[in-house]
Design a protein around this ligand. Structure first.
Ligand code: E4P
Length: 222
């Protein structure tokens, strides 16, 4: 499973890209607002250069197909890595179909049911993003939706890649991998948490202490 960063914060993208584990980035209007990215087009371009070759999702904000297509073409022209994030609505799926015909990649967002996942694949989306955490927040089983979408895509050979989104903690990442998601898009804090285990820290400290003891000058024997 590939790991994407779910962030529009350039410092976070830069740091996470340096860890060598990142294959792409997803943004959304809320993340851009949180990062204070007024000139969001430059931010998207910069993210593309920080994560070479990786798909970088940028979302449209129009609600009608014509508006979505206009925005999508502008965003796609920013950089070849840009993938257009489109909400799961009838107008959105019409835009996904038209963009596929133009060779522009899409990521269908705000997916909360298996049926919506099926629609995204039928429209020709490159990626689909079921929101695990937001479903869990309502008492539903978010990961079950990921599992079902993955099974249906396998059964019918849909090429659409499943991005487990709205990830809240490290266990979500592991469960997304076990569910067969192609990608998990992960907030910076959770990506950082994936590295951590108390025994790793303890082990490093023990190795370093033993190494220092070996290097220390020996006392004069009498
Ligand atoms: C997906 O691409 C979205 O950006 C994201 O995962 C939303 O998650 P949230 O529930 O943390 O806002």
């Amino acid at each position: 499973m590939k790991l994407f960063l779910d962030s529009a914060d350039l410092d976070e993208v830069r740091e996470a890209a340096g860890w060598g584990v990142l294959s792409g980035v997803t943004t959304n209007p809320s993340l851009l607002a949180k990062a204070g990215a007024r000139d969001f087009q430059s931010v998207i371009r910069e993210i593309c250069t920080l994560v070479p070759g990786g798909p970088i999702s940028a979302e449209v904000v129009s609600e009608d197909t014509a508006g979505m297509l206009r925005e999508a073409r502008e965003l796609a022209a920013l950089h070849p890595q840009v993938v257009i994030k489109i909400p799961m609505t009838p107008a959105g799926m019409a835009a996904v179909r038209a963009l596929k015909d133009e060779g522009i990649r899409t990521n269908v967002t705000l997916v909360f049911s298996t049926a919506q996942g099926l629609l995204a694949a039928a429209a020709g989306a490159s990626f689909v993003s079921p929101f695990v955490g937001r479903l869990d927040d309502t008492g539903a089983d978010g990961m079950a939706v990921v599992r079902e979408i993955v099974s249906i895509y396998r059964l019918y050979g849909y090429p659409t890649e499943v991005i487990a989104a709205s990830i809240r903690h490290p266990r979500h990442v592991v469960e997304a991998a076990l569910a067969g998601a192609h990608i998990a898009t992960i907030p910076f804090k959770v990506l950082r948490q994936l590295f951590e285990h108390p025994l790793t820290r303890q082990g490093i400290e023990r190795f370093l202490a033993d190494w220092r003891a070996l290097q220390a000058p020996r006392g004069v024997e009498v």
